[in-house]
Write a protein that binds this ligand. Structure first.
Ligand code: CTP
Ligand code: MG
Length: 233
């Protein structure tokens, strides 16, 4: 082993994006702080993040008005040891970039996770990290699509029916070699997930098995579903 290899940074950094407003949930507060079984969604998400093997650094990206962890909204949220909180931006991409900038330099693998996917199991995090460590530039968890999907034009007229077997609905955590994600955010814009920015750079992004429990809490029905899962119903 060379000196460089011995001193090279190693460790997993997780950026948890929690700065969205939760418009579709309509709870009158930012979605990550909405209670689920008595504790904020963010608290559930962070409990799992804290158990990720090889974890070195956690950055929570919070709404700018809630970046003070002493605020009452943070009751029931346990920050993983050494975690830092930074304010987010107008779009999800801005929030991810803010989190990435605050990440401990001693992380060679970065995961980006939606606080809204608060029940994503730790096994998914492990699959994503393992695939990045095995050499992938980018890794996303995905699940098969159950509906037939159509592409449409501006008038709503169907332009195609992609073969369902080739489709995956993707979730978070999405994992990347750190330098790849940094380059993607330095150059990219206008993507709905981080993997798309990495794809735009020409890197292969690998899909590993996701999990139904990694669904995103978006609507009131999703919140009720999460409550039922936690109640074991
Ligand atoms: N997010 C963020 N910063 C933003 C927008 C979104 O950190 N400017 C985060 C959300 O907090 C969430 C994740 O990105 O954990 C996925 O976004 P989404 O489900 O769209 O959440 P919201 O934007 O809060 O919800 P809505 O779109 O209904 O307002
Ligand atoms: Mg949103």
């Amino acid at each position: 082993m060379t000196d460089d290899a011995r001193t090279a940074p190693r460790g997993v950094g997780v950026v948890v994006v929690a700065a969205g407003s939760g418009t579709r949930l309509g709870a009158g507060m930012p979605k990550a702080f909405v209670p689920l079984a008595g504790r904020p969604l963010l608290g559930w998400a962070l409990d799992t993040v804290a158990r990720v093997p090889g974890l070195r650094s956690v950055v929570v990206v919070a709404p700018s008005g809630l970046a003070d962890t002493g605020a009452p909204a943070w009751a029931g949220v346990t920050l993983p040891e050494g975690a830092v909180v930074v304010p987010g931006g107008a779009e999800r991409t801005d929030s991810v970039a803010a989190g990435l900038a605050a990440l401990d330099p001693a992380c060679d693998v970065v995961l980006v996770h939606d606080a809204a996917r608060c029940l994503a199991p730790v096994a998914v995090f492990v699959r994503v990290v393992d695939a990045v460590r095995a050499g992938a530039a980018g890794v996303v968890p995905g699940v098969a699509v159950v509906d037939t999907v159509k592409t449409v034009d501006a008038r709503g007229v169907v332009t195609g029916t992609p073969d369902r077997a080739t489709l995956r609905a993707v979730q978070t955590p999405q994992g990347f070699r750190r330098e790849v994600l940094e380059a993607a955010h330095a150059g990219g814009a206008g993507a709905t997930d981080d993997a798309a920015l990495v794809e735009q750079l020409g890197h292969d992004v690998l899909v590993v098995d996701g999990d139904p429990r990694s669904f995103k809490v978006t609507t009131v029905d999703d919140l009720a579903h999460a409550e039922r899962l936690l109640a074991g119903a």
